[in-house]
Design a protein around this ligand. Sequence first.
Ligand code: LLP
Length: 418
Amino acid sequence: MHHFVYKDGRLQAEEFDVAELAATYGTPLYIYSTATLRRHYHAFDSAFEGLDHLTCFSAKANSNLSVLRLLGDMGAGVDIVSGGELYRALKAGIAPEKIVYSGVGKQRHEIEQALEADILMFNCESVPELELINEVAQEKGLVARISLRINPDVDPQTHPYISTGLKKNKFGLNLEQSEEAYRLARDLPGVDPIGMDCHIGSQLTSIEPFLEALERLKRFYAKLQDMGLAIRYLDLGGGLGITYDEETPPHPQQLGEALAESLKDLDVTLILEPGRVIAGNAGIMVSKVLYTKTSEAKHFTVVDAAMNDLVRPSLYGAYHRLAEVTPQKRQELPMDIVGPICETGDFLAQDRTLPELAPGECIAAFSAGAYGFTMASQYNSRPRAAEILVDGDQARIVRRRETYEDLIALETDALTGK
Ligand code: LLP
């Protein structure tokens, strides 16, 4: 459920008319709904109520400061994967003891930064990383709380680019390697192995892969206990899917109940790292039709948003529902919705049947609140879109539209030195 619905034939974002927002703030425009973010966070977090748990929103899905702050105010922690995300999380007022740090390529300066902030734990993905964390912590006279990211070799049955828990994926350590790494961690003075971690993939539409991964982790937990390790945290990562099109992902409640059953004998705090399920359907991206044209083969609608604004269709062939902001009765026809970027792969949809759109009108790409703006770039020297957050009858610009000056702000002219 989200708060982007049609009223009297016009798309609303909470109490705002989307066409009016587009006229006021310009396009392309990301619009996030406070009520939807709150609702999704609450639905997710309360699904694990019976369990000792911590919900760490995955910042990579949507790292806008206002979004992080809004979720943080509801009690969320944050899952980060870079020094930049740590910086954002702290700026947004997230308590360090609610921050977990994942990712295969943590650098020394990022490890230092996270140790100084005293985050809850590093989800460590390799032995060399473990050794570096140990070294940096010792230099600082600190002990880093860590878990190892275990790759349980479970097929999440999702897009290959976003499945992460298979043998062939770059993430984590297999069970055998993990055992060795925990042995090493136990003996390293600069690290304290307090957790186990896995994340098997994203946009999962059934709970079985989660349960399978958890079973494998539980067996391993017993082994770690035999090794004398006091594991207090079990981080199952993120990955719960959303409805983009016809998918029917499980409700968080179902996952919560299944996990509660499976975890009842374990004395651990469960950590979850949801991203998409919280933010995905809490945002839309609005763009304006520039031109239409018909070739022998196809009808094209050229809009002012491109793959630099929303890359998911181009990168993954992902489906985003597209719809008029002010629908009218007219002929429907199959078309490609394309952007102004000079790439054949620049499209929001291909062979989609939509009403014949007219220049000047706006269309909304739904489910754009996660991995939308965070994956945006300035390709083709296109200033990045504005982001606004609506809350009932309030709308705030939470990131202003970039300007041409922003495009070149960090560059120096080699000729003039300016
Ligand atoms: N935790 C870790 C360690 C992750 O790598 C991810 C996502 C998450 C949590 C959050 O997963 P979620 O709950 O959002 O599924 N750009 C792609 C998605 C990449 C996901 C990467 N990792 C997309 O647009 O579909």
